[in-house]
Design a protein around this ligand. Structure first.
Ligand SMILES: O=C(O)CCC(=O)C(=O)O
Ligand SMILES: [Fe+2]
Length: 298
């Protein structure tokens, strides 16, 4: 149900047109695919998970020093139960998160005013943590930009169309830890939502929980964990750029049986709106006006 695509078909040129066609089909439905052959070092991925485990293992008092309450979701630590992926849900997400943004953007003067989604990173006092995260941030960003070359070809956009929009991409890395379910009514790891970015690259561990809504099946379907594969999904920004040909799929995370970890990399274009709830689709116009087609050269 969730297609697997081997990036080497595109990157080595062995089957570019086949890869582009399969990628396009996957982005239309279900809007999720597994990417293999991507050349992100498995040792780097393990190091990211180990560093994330180390962070979430800190005491609550230590983690509180890494929380940036004015900028939730984007940078720093966020405690279990403080956020909700689904609008107006009485059940907050049962997960703790740690967000990292682009270092360079964060240090620009206009980024220091507490604007939501902007700001400087906060780093735990843990040897190697920052280096590992920034190295993975760079690798995930490069891969997500390269995927857009194939996407441009599928959508019939001129070469470089996306490059112009991602010259200084705004992106973030979110480490997530879902504690085991307590079995309470309505409990959810992450409520049903669509991602408000162009593409999301997700690393999962082997604890199940992630599900995507399938219109075809008229049901939730499990997104499998395939060792070494990266889970990729379409966000609302790319959905709009594609004129609705691609779908930003609704997905959620069920409360896991055992501790579950995941690492999401969100790629967005340069322009960003003030922080809005994920359900407020009209807000897209504020940060990706070209997505509406009304500002073709924005
Ligand atoms: O943890 C996961 O597997 C997915 C999380 C997610 O969908 C998100 O943070 O947007
Ligand atoms: Fe998501």
């Amino acid at each position: 149900m969730i297609p697997t695509l081997d990036w080497r078909r595109f990157s080595t040129g062995s089957d570019r047109s086949g890869f582009i066609a399969d990628l396009g089909a996957a982005c239309k439905a279900p809007g999720f695919f597994l990417l293999t052959g991507h050349r992100i070092d498995p040792a780097l991925v393990s190091a990211v998970f180990s560093a994330a485990d180390g962070l979430f293992d800190l005491t609550e008092a230590e983690k509180r020093t890494l929380a940036l309450p004015s900028r939730p979701k984007d940078r720093g630590w966020s405690k279990i139960g403080t956020e909700s992926s689904t609008a107006d849900s009485p059940h907050p997400d049962r997960r703790e998160t740690f967000g990292i943004g682009p270092e360079t953007l964060g240090n620009a003067p206009q980024m220091r005013w507490g604007t939501p989604y902007r700001g400087t990173n906060v780093w735990p006092d843990m040897p190697g943590f920052r280096d590992v995260m920034l190295k993975y941030f760079g690798a995930a960003q490069a891969l997500s930009l390269a995927l857009h070359w194939a996407i441009a070809a599928d959508l019939g956009f001129p070469e470089g169309w996306f490059d112009a929009r991602f010259r200084k991409p705004d992106a973030s890395l979110r480490l997530m830890h879902y504690p085991p379910a307590r079995g309470l009514e309505g409990e959810m790891g992450a409520g049903a939502h669509v991602d408000q970015d162009a593409l999301t690259l997700l690393l999962t561990d082997d604890e199940p929980g992630l599900q995507v809504w399938s219109a075809e099946a008229n049901d939730w379907i499990d997104v499998p964990h395939v060792p070494g594969a990266i889970v990729v999904n379409v966000g609302t920004c790319l959905q709009d750029w594609s004129g609705g040909r691609y779908a930003a799929p609704l997905h959620r995370v069920l409360p896991p049986r055992e501790d579950r970890r995941s690492v999401a990399f969100f790629l967005r274009p340069e322009k960003r709106a003030p922080q809005v709830h994920q359900s407020e689709r009209s807000s897209l116009q504020a940060w990706a006006p070209e997505a509406t087609g009304r500002h073709a050269n924005a």
